[in-house]
Design a protein around this ligand. Sequence first.
Ligand code: ATP
Ligand code: MG
Length: 450
Amino acid sequence: MTIPETFAGLDKATIIERDEHTISRQDIAPNALKVLYRLSEHGHAAYLVGGCVRDLLLRGKPKDFDVATDATPEQIRELFRNARIIGRRFKIVHIRFGREIIEVTTFRAHHDASTEIDDSTSRRDIRGLDSARSNAGMLLRDNVYGQIDEDAMRRDFTVNALYYTTDRFRVLDFCNGLADLKARQLRMIGNAEKRYREDPVRMLRAVRFAAKLGFQIEPDTERPINELSPLLASISPARLFDETMKLMTNGHAVESFSLLTRYRIGEHLFAPTLEALPNAPIASVKLVDLALANTDIRLAEGKSVTPAFLFAALLWPVLQLRLAGTEDEATSSLSFNQLCNSVILEQLDYTAIPRRFSIATREIWDLQNRLVKRNKRTVNSVFNHPRFRAGYDFLLLREDAGEDLQGLGDWWTRFQEGDPSTRNEMIDGLQKSGNRKRRRSKGKRKEQSQ
Ligand code: ATP
Ligand code: MG
C-alpha cells in the first residue's frame, strides 16, 4: 500500500531511500507495523518516529515504538479497540497489545499559545483549551494539530525528528537530523532557550540522550541549560519522578548522574543527596557510586532494577548524616523510623516517589538493622521478609563501599545457600558465640532509646 505523495508537508523532506539506510522491517515490532498498516488502510499518513528510528539507524534496539499520524486521537480510537487517549497537556493515544504499548501521536502544528494562564484562570477554562502557555512561556496545552513538516519542528532534537514510512521504506528528514546523527550530536530544533522554556523537561532529555547515546550536546543546545535549570521547579513532581527514573534506568546511570551534576540540573532532582555528599560518611558516598554502577550492570545483564532500591541508595548519605545527628538539634531527637520518613519527605519536595516504592525504600533501610540482629526467631522472619533480597543486596553494597560489618554479608550468603540443618547450626553457632553482644548500629541504638 502506498501513501499518496499528496500528503501535505512531504515536499519539505529530504528523502533517504531504502538502500541508503540500514532500517529493515524485521527490526520493527510487528504490532508497530500493524498500527502503521491499519492507519494507512484507512487513508491516514502514519510513520514511525522518534527514538525507534534514531536507535534503528544507530543499529541499536529501540526501547519502544512511537507512531505519528495525521489521524486525530478520536479517529485513532475508532480504528483500534485497544486504544486509550491519555494526557491533557499533550494528548496521545496508547494502543495496547498485551504488555506492549504503541504510542500514537497526531501531528502537532506550531502555535504561539497566545492564551496565557495564570493563577486566576479556572480549571474549567483551561480544560477547554488546545493551546495555552504560562506567563513564564511554558506550554500548558499543546494540542494543535498540523502537517508532518510542522510536527517535525515541534519535536525536541533533530535526531528525534526522523520519520520512517512503510511506503517504499523511506526515511524522511526535515531538519538535518541524519547529519547530526552521523556527527553524534544532539541539537535542539529551533531556539534552544525558547524550547527549554516551553518545556523544561527537555533539559533532562538532553542529558538522558547524551548519556545513553554517548552524543555531544551541541554548544547552542548546551549553553542555556545551567541558567535555565531552575525552571524544573515548575514541573510536577510526578513527571520529574518519571524522568528521573528514565535517567537512572537507561543503562547509563553513572554517566547520567555525572552530567546532571555537571549541568547543575541534579540539584533540582536530588538536592538532599547532593547537599549531603560533601559531609556524609565516606562509605555512604561510595555506596551511591556503586549503586549507580550496579544498576547499569544489572540492566546490561537483563535484570530488573527497582526505584525503591535506587532511592534507598541515593538517600543513604542523607540518612547517615542525619543519624550522626551532628548537624541539627531538631533531628537528633528523632527515632530511626521518624528519620527515615523525614529523609523521604525531603526528597518529595523534588520528585514524587509513589507510595509503593517509598514504603519499600523504608523497608530496605529497616532491614539493615534487622539483618544485624540474629536469633532463631528474627533470622527466619527477616529471611521470609518480602524485601529480604533487596535488603541483603543493599547490605552487600554497604560492605563493598567499605563499611566494616564484621562478615555479616558473608554470613547471610552462607545462610541462604545452606540447607535447613546448616541454617539451624548457623543460628545456634551465633547464640553460642554471644552474638547478642554485637555492637548495634547507631540507628538501632537510637530507636531503642526512645
Ligand atoms: P526513548 O528511547 O527513551 O523512548 P524517545 O526519543 O523515543 O526516546 P519518547 O519520550 O519516547 O523519547 O518520545 C518520542 C518522541 O517524541 C521523541 O523522540 C521526540 O521526537 C518527541 N518528544 C518527546 N518528548 C518531547 C518533548 N518534551 N518535547 C518535544 N518533543 C518530544
Ligand atoms: Mg520512545
